[in-house]
Design a protein around this ligand. Structure first.
Ligand code: NAD
Length: 382
């Protein structure tokens, strides 16, 4: 567990959405596209996942310049067999492609009881929990396997170099109290974006997380940004590694996309996602699910907390705590903020205009979150 300190800015969520929207529109996107991108990136910050928040904007701008990310794309239906959908995202913004893919999946799962949705060839779909929340809001259970076609950054169990990316896995279960169980994680020990956040803040990461370019253990996030680069270890030893492979093959190939077997050097982040959506009402188990899931959640949350833990949580709880803590203002470290301002300028949005829209307040020092406790930092609660 690492306590972090950094300087930067505080931006109100609505102003941050407007600022991101303005940058994305300058990149050529229509209003709806820019709004969906801004909405999801700011939601990631609001839920405590800065790794998948507005700090991604500079990377998107780089991918736009290279042509690997395409604006204003339409989702293409490749296969439509009722409950089975194969969709292609045409390298368009994942925030649009995944939103529309889930919308279609929700419609089919509600009609047929179940839907299997393959979304191939979309640009970065960001925080996967966002898509599970979309399904849960419609009363549906969802399971998501995702792979990433980008520069490899994760080593296979027992290996010394990076062979795949951080392949996230996610399960969403709606709960009767409106607070879904939301398990959503990278299958690497930490998400690549969290290595970037640590690098930008000049911090070290926990031991047993990274390998340097020679395959030796290191705590220095710079190892991942060197050339040749190092690797992140898979989570959960051989078991987490196996899950990463399942995400690669199911999220990649079964969804109609590719798996990684070379070292692409482009800036685009292509995601493929295989989603299973189930309607418990059609299965006849909705009442049982609601009662048992809530009873189980209450049971585990009642476990006496260990020293240093305030209370036992269920997946999804930390994100809700973060959301409450950051409702008024989102802290952004100074390196990330400068990169966002530079990205705007690259697309022709002056820094003066961006600062007018975002109205950032200086943040002298913020106590960062213990990185894996899910507990919001004190300063961000203020
Ligand atoms: P993480 O390590 O922060 O784990 C998050 C999960 O653990 C959540 O489900 C959270 O509710 C749960 N959790 C956290 N603390 C808890 C506690 N104390 N008790 C119970 N549950 C707790 O997540 P991560 O691996 O850093 O992933 C961050 C985000 O990155 C995710 O949203 C993921 O979807 C996203 N991601 C996206 C891509 C992509 O290519 N699009 C790739 C990798 C990761």
């Amino acid at each position: 567990m690492i306590e972090t300190t950094s300087s930067g800015v505080l931006v109100a969520p609505a102003a941050l959405r407007a600022a991101v929207r303005a940058i994305i529109e300058c990149g050529g996107s229509g209003e709806r596209e820019a709004a969906l991108v801004a909405e999801q990136l700011v939601e990631a910050n609001l839920t405590g996942h800065d790794s998948h928040g507005v700090g991604m904007v500079p990377r998107y701008v780089e991918a736009l310049a290279e042509g690997g990310l395409r604006v204003n794309q339409q989702l293409r239906v490749v296969t439509d067999a009722g409950a089975l959908l194969m969709l292609d995202g045409n390298c368009g913004y994942g925030q649009v492609m995944a939103f529309e893919a889930m919308d279609l999946g929700i419609e089919r799962a509600t009609a047929h009881g179940v839907a299997v949705v393959g979304l191939a060839n979309s640009h970065h779909v960001g925080r996967i929990g966002h898509w599970a929340e979309q399904c849960a809001a419609a009363g549906l259970v969802s399971i998501h396997f995702v792979n990433v076609i980008s520069r490899p950054v994760v080593a296979p169990f027992g290996g010394r170099d990076a062979r795949f990316v951080t392949n996230p896995f996610c399960v969403g279960i709606p709960m009767p109290n409106g607070e879904p169980f939301l398990l959503d994680f990278a299958t690497s020990r930490i998400a690549m974006g969290k290595v970037r956040v640590a690098f930008n803040k000049g911090e070290q990461v926990k031991p047993d997380t990274l390998l340097d370019a020679r395959g030796e253990p290191t705590c220095d996030p710079a190892a991942l940004f060197a050339d040749p680069g190092g690797a992140i270890l898979a989570f959960g030893e051989h078991k987490g590694y196996g899950m990463a492979v399942a995400c690669e093959i199911l999220g990649g190939a079964l969804a109609g996309g590719l798996t990684l077997h070379d070292r692409p050097s482009h800036s685009a982040i292509i995601n493929n996602m295989l989603t299973f959506i189930v309607d418990p009402r059609r299965l006849g188990t909705a009442d049982r699910l609601a009662q048992e899931a809530m009873a189980f959640a209450d049971w585990v949350r009642a476990s006496p907390p260990m020293a240093g833990v305030d209370h036992v949580r269920l997946a999804g709880d930390p994100e809700r705590e973060w959301r409450a803590a950051r409702a008024a203002a989102i802290p952004i470290d100074s390196t990330t903020w400068q990169q966002i301002v530079d990205a705007g300028e690259q697309l022709g949005l002056s820094s003066a205009e961006l600062l007018r829209i975002a109205a950032p307040r200086p943040l002298a020092a913020v106590a960062g979150p213990p990185q894996d406790s899910g507990v919001p930092p004190r300063a961000a609660r203020a």
